[in-house]
Design a binder for this molecule. Structure first.
Ligand code: TYD
Ligand code: MG
Length: 454
């Protein structure tokens, strides 16, 4: 009898090798090669045949492009991240920490869609009773949602082909296994195989599939990165499980804009959309305190005001700590270098901690000026002026670069009662904004000088 072959698959990038290696030659990750059963020969060629439909070469101009029709889920914040709603035959992957509300949101979405279309909820993590209990809590126990408690891919495929729901949720992709492979559920090969087969079904039948995915400790989706390439949209849940706010962000969307943010509040009856979130991430101090600065940021099409906090404190170890929560830590090191070189502020003997309030993650560089001012304020232990809002990117040469949609940020800040704004010169509005004094800046030195004078 032939010996069962095994291959080693990288759990980070999905590359495979015939022998075990300490380091993946494809992505360079250490200790990521895991043994899995090799697929039997001859199967791979025809299993995916339905995906490879023959099509002739044709000129681009002659291809009729129809606007994809969208199915709103009825949950407006969720529709916002999806770019208007679900598209037939699309695969959506939604990731997030355990307990953040993935199952809750999707059960609510299915219940809402079920008023007009057929839907199926496949649960691999919880029993049918547990899902029913949650539905009761959400007040949607009577919704026409079909439920399937199953983790075998072949059974799920059969159910999808038989019932042909308009939308199906798989909770979660890491619990599924296929008979074709002997590897354990959640392993790279199983996740990849199950996702590939489900993609085939989605494209073939026009079922919209929403896959729930687990994330690792560093916040990346567990399993191979190939999952992100296979699907049409990738959404991530963000936010602190301790606070009641939950953010859903689109990382990839073949049918709409990315970086739209959906904002929800977790209540005792599930997730409720927050349609006007601009003031959500302000800490609300009774009076101005040192080490905080309000940033006017832009998330997708909405401006958002977020409080940035910094603590700069003398270090008692030779290697001072640099820690950032919700902001990029490599960017923090860069900002400290800019402050040193261009503003004469040295922090080599100081621990530096920065944090964006409310668990929101800020990736845009326009947050630089706010982070720098919060650090300066903490270092000098002097609060920034009352009613101050800032934005602007810092360049390595010390210049302050403009940010997109400056006017909208400023108008939102004025609406929320802010009275002073420090902005890059190119973002200074031509017509005055009522209630807002604008100071246009060219360089970080200007900002530091303005602080000393005010
Ligand atoms: P859940 O959707 O099970 O999380 P995930 O599927 O992402 O792991 O979220 C569960 C959390 O939300 C749980 O800790 C309890 C809380 N919750 C509420 O606060 N209110 C509710 O109505 C529901 C259903 C859950
Ligand atoms: Mg869950």
């Amino acid at each position: 009898m032939a010996k069962a072959r095994s291959v080693y698959v990288c759990s980070d990038c999905g590359a495979s090798a015939a022998r075990w290696q300490g380091r993946c030659t494809q992505c360079g990750a250490w200790n990521s090669m895991q043994e899995t059963a090799a697929p039997t020969r001859g199967q791979a060629s025809h299993r995916f045949a339905p995906l490879a439909q023959a099509s002739p070469v044709q000129p681009l101009a002659q291809i009729e492009a129809r606007e994809q029709s969208r199915n709103p889920t009825g949950i407006s914040e969720f529709d916002r991240v999806l770019g208007g709603g679900l598209v037939a035959g699309a695969m959506v992957l939604i990731g997030g920490d355990p307990g953040i509300g993935k199952s809750t949101l999707l059960l609510q979405a299915l219940a809402s869609i079920s008023t007009t279309q057929s839907v199926l909820y496949v649960t691999g993590e919880e029993s049918a009773e547990q899902v029913a209990l949650r539905a009761q809590r959400l007040g949607v126990a009577d919704a026409a949602v079909d439920l399937l408690a199953e983790i075998r891919l072949e059974a799920i495929s059969a159910a999808l082909l038989e019932h042909k729901p308009a939308v199906a949720v798989i909770d979660s992709i890491q619990t599924l296994y296929s008979d074709q492979l002997s590897a354990a559920p959640g392993s790279v090969s199983q996740v990849r195989e199950c996702a590939a087969q489900l993609t085939r079904i989605a494209k073939q039948t026009g079922v919209t599939l929403i896959l729930i995915g687990h994330v690792t400790k560093d916040g990346a989706l567990a399993g191979p990165r190939v999952l992100e390439h296979m699907v049409d949209s990738v959404l991530y849940f963000e936010g602190d499980t301790h606070s009641s706010f939950r953010l859903v962000r689109a990382i990839k969307n073949r049918f709409g804009a990315v970086n739209e943010l959906g904002v929800f509040a977790m209540t005792d009856r599930g997730l409720r959309g927050v349609s006007n979130p601009s003031a959500l991430f302000l800490a609300g101090h009774a009076r101005q305190v040192a080490g905080t600065c309000v940033l006017a940021t832009q998330e997708g099409s909405r401006p958002l005001l977020v409080e940035i906090q910094a603590l700069v404190d003398s270090a008692h170890i030779p290697n001072p700590r640099r820690l950032s929560v919700g902001l990029e830590s490599s960017r923090l090191a860069m900002l400290l270098a800019i402050l040193h070189r261009h503003a004469g502020v040295a922090t080599f003997d100081q621990d530096v901690f920065v944090n964006a309030v409310g668990g929101v993650r800020i990736i845009e560089p326009a947050a630089d000026l706010a982070v720098a001012l919060a650090m300066l304020s903490s270092m000098r232990n002097r609060p920034l002026p009352e009613g101050l809002v800032v934005f602007g990117e810092l360049g390595l040469a010390g210049e302050i670069r403009p940010a997109p949609r400056g006017q909208e940020r400023l108008r939102e800040a004025a609406k929320l009662g802010f009275s002073v704004a420090l902005v890059p010169r190119a973002n200074a509005p031509r017509t005055a904004i009522k209630g807002l004094r604008i100071h246009a800046l060219d360089r970080i030195e200007d900002a530091v000088r303005w602080l000393q004078e005010s």
